[in-house]
Write a protein that binds this ligand. Structure first.
Ligand code: SAH
Ligand code: SF4
Length: 472
C-alpha cells in the first residue's frame, strides 16, 4: 500500500522512543551482516551536510553503523540538493542506478530526502518513476526518521512525507548527531530563508527563518569544543538576520561575542552573510574578536544594479562596495569569498562586464561561480532568457580567467608572511596540508603528529589557490 501524506503530525513525537526500539529489533534480524549498516550520501551545501549529520545520529540511535560501500548496506539514503538543475540531474541518475542494488538485495531500504524532495513535482516523480525507493521525505521531516522507518518496516508501507510552506517545522533540539570529521564542525544557528531572491528555490524548500536560541547554540558549541573540534562554522542562509524573531531578540554580532568569549584553541567562522543586512556592528565584532577568522563569505551574485534588482537582492553595487570598503578598513587582512551567478535571464554583455569590474575592484580570495539555472516555481524561471548557453559558458570562462589572475596575485602577495595554519591532513605527496584563517590551503613539510594542531608557517611559494611554506 502506498501511504502518501503531507501531514507530519501523523507521527506524534511521543512515539519516537518506541519507534527507535522497534527499528532496532527488526534491523537486528534483517541485517545481512553481524550488525545493520547504513550508507548516507549528502549533496549540496553545508546546511545539507549538517542535516546529514542529524540523519546519521538518528540512524546510530536505531542501531546502524556506517559504510562507504552502498553494495553492502542495509539502508541507503541520498540527502539531495535542489539549488541547480545540474545537481538534480546527477541525483536522478544516481537514484536510477540504485535499482540494480535493490535487485541484488531486495531487503535493502532506500531513502531519498532533502531539498529536492521538498518540491512537490520532484517527490511525485520519485514516487511514480522509482518504485523501489521506500522512503521519500523533505527537509521538514528529518526529525521523524525513526517514526517513518518503523512505519515502513512494521506496516510494509512506502512513506512519502513532505512538509509544507505554511507549516514550518518547529526546531527540535537535542537530536543526536554523528559528525563528519574530527577537526571541522558545522553548527546550525538558524533554519530557512525569508529573502526570496528571484532565482532561488531555497525559501520554498526550507521554509521561513527560524532561529535557535543562543542558549541551545552555546550548549552545542561547548560540546563541540569539548570533543576537540578546532574550526567551527556557524550556519544559516542569512546569518545576519539571526535572532530577529526570537522572543528576546538577539543580534548575530551578540551571538558571535557570546561564543568568542570561550577559552581555547579554536577558530570560528560563519556563512552565509547577506550583504543587505551585514551590519557595521558585525564587522567591528570580527575586528575585535579573539577567535573569529578574518574571512567573510559575502555573496554579491552580480555587479550590475538592474540585475541585482531583478534578482531581488535588495542592495546595489554601491552599497556592496561601500560595505567592502568598511570591511577592508577595519580588517586589513580580510579574506573575502563570494558567490556569483553568470547568465541571469536577460543579462546583457555590458551588465556582465559590471560583474567583472566588481570582481576586479574587490579582489576576492576565491569565488563560487554558477551559471544561472531555472528553478520551478521561482520568479526568474518565468523571465525571458534570450542569451544562449554557449554565450553564458563563454562569459563564465572569462570570469574564471580573471579570478585566476586575481587569486594568483593575492597568493603571491602572501610570500614572506607568517600564517597560523590549522593542519588538516598528510597529502599523498607526503607533505602536510592545512588552511589559514582566510581559508587558503597551505602545504609544508612536517611530522604527521602535527595534524589537528595550529602551526606558524612562513609562506615561501604561491600558486593560484595554494600556498607553500615552512614551519617556523
Ligand atoms: N543563502 C545564500 C546562498 C544559498 S544558495 C546567500 O544568499 O548567499 C548558494 C548559491 O547558489 C547562491 O549564492 C547562488 O550564487 C547560487 N544559486 C542559487 N540559486 C541558483 C540558480 N537558480 N542558478 C544558479 N545559481 C544559483
Ligand atoms: Fe536563496 Fe537568496 Fe535565501 Fe540565499 S538569501 S537562500 S540566495 S533566497
Amino acid at each position: 500500500m502506498v501511504k502518501n501524506t503531507n501531514e507530519p503530525s501523523l507521527y506524534p513525537a511521543q512515539d519516537r522512543e518506541g519507534c527507535i526500539k522497534a527499528v532496532r529489533e527488526i534491523m537486528r534480524v534483517r541485517a545481512r551482516g553481524s550488525r545493520p549498516l547504513a550508507f548516507v550520501r549528502t549533496y549540496g551545501c553545508q546546511q545539507n551536510v549538517a542535516d546529514g549529520e542529524k540523519i546519521k545520529g538518528q540512524l546510530a540511535e536505531m542501531g546502524f553503523s556506517f559504510t562507504q560501500n552502498a553494495e553492502e548496506a542495509d539502508f541507503i539514503l541520498y540527502n539531495t540538493c535542489a539549488v541547480r538543475e545540474h545537481a538534480e540531474d546527477r541525483i536522478w541518475g544516481n537514484v536510477g542506478a540504485l535499482k540494480n542494488i535493490k535487485r541484488r538485495w531486495p531487503g535493502v531500504t532506500i531513502a531519498v530526502c532533502g531539498c529536492m524532495m521538498e518540491q512537490e513535482h520532484a517527490a511525485e516523480r520519485m514516487k511514480k518513476s522509482f518504485p523501489y525507493v521506500d522512503l521519500i521525505f523533505g527537509t521538514h521531516a528529518i526529525h521523524l526518521l525513526p517514526q517513518m522507518m518503523s512505519d515502513l518496516l512494521l506496516n510494509s508501507r512506502r512513506v512519502i512525507l513532505r512538509g509544507n510552506e505554511k507549516e514550518d517545522s518547529e526546531i527540535l533540539e537535542g537530536l543526536p548527531l554523528v559528525r563528519d570529521g574530527n577537526l571541522k564542525a558545522w553548527l546550525t544557528v538558524m533554519y530557512g530563508c525569508n529573502n526570496f531572491c528571484s532565482y532561488c528555490v531555497v525559501p520554498y524548500v526550507r521554509g521561513r527563518e527560524r532561529s535557535r536560541t543562543p542558549e541551545a547554540i552555546e550548549a552545542e558549541f561547548c560540546e563541540i569544543l569539548a570533543a576537540g573540534y578546532k574550526d567551527i562554522t556557524l550556519l544559516g542562509q542569512n546569518v545576519n538576520s539571526y535572532g530577529k524573531n526570537l522572543p528576546k531578540p538577539v543580534s548575530f554580532a551578540e551571538l558571535l561575542l557570546r561564543l568568542d568569549r570561550h577559552e581555547g584553541d579554536f577558530r570560528l567562522r560563519f556563512m552565509t552573510s547577506h550583504p543587505k543586512d551585514a551590519s557595521r556592528e558585525l564587522i567591528d565584532t570580527i575586528a575585535q574578536s579573539k577567535h573569529i577568522c578574518h574571512h567573510i563569505h559575502l555573496p554579491f551574485q552580480s555587479g550590475n544594479d538592474r540585475i541585482l534588482k531583478e534578482m531581488n537582492r535588495v542592495y546595489d553595487r554601491e552599497k556592496y562596495l561601500s560595505l567592502v570598503a568598511y570591511i577592508k578598513e577595519k580588517i586589513p587582512d580580510i579574506s573575502l569569498t563570494s558567490d556569483v551567478i553568470v547568465g541571469f535571464p536577460g543579462e546583457t554583455e555590458e551588465e556582465f562586464e559590471d560583474t567583472l569590474s566588481l570582481i576586479r575592484e574587490v579582489e576576492f580570495t576565491s569565488l563560487y561561480t554558477f551559471i544561472y539555472s531555472p528553478r520551478v516555481g521561482t520568479k526568474a524561471a518565468k523571465m525571458p532568457d534570450p542569451v544562449t548557453h554557449e554565450e553564458k559558458s563563454e562569459r563564465m570562462a572569462r570570469l574564471l580567467a580573471l579570478q585566476e589572475e586575481i587569486a594568483a596575485k593575492r597568493c603571491g602577495a602572501m610570500i614572506g608572511r607568517r600564517e597560523r595554519v590549522l593542519v588538516e591532513e598528510k597529502t599523498p605527496k607526503g607533505s602536510l596540508s592545512g588552511r589559514t584563517g582566510g581559508n587558503v590551503i597551505v602545504e609544508f613539510m612536517g611530522d604527521e603528529t602535527l595534524v589537528g594542531s595550529f602551526c606558524e608557517i612562513e609562506i615561501t611559494e604561491a600558486g593560484n589557490y595554494i600556498l607553500k611554506g615552512k614551519l617556523v
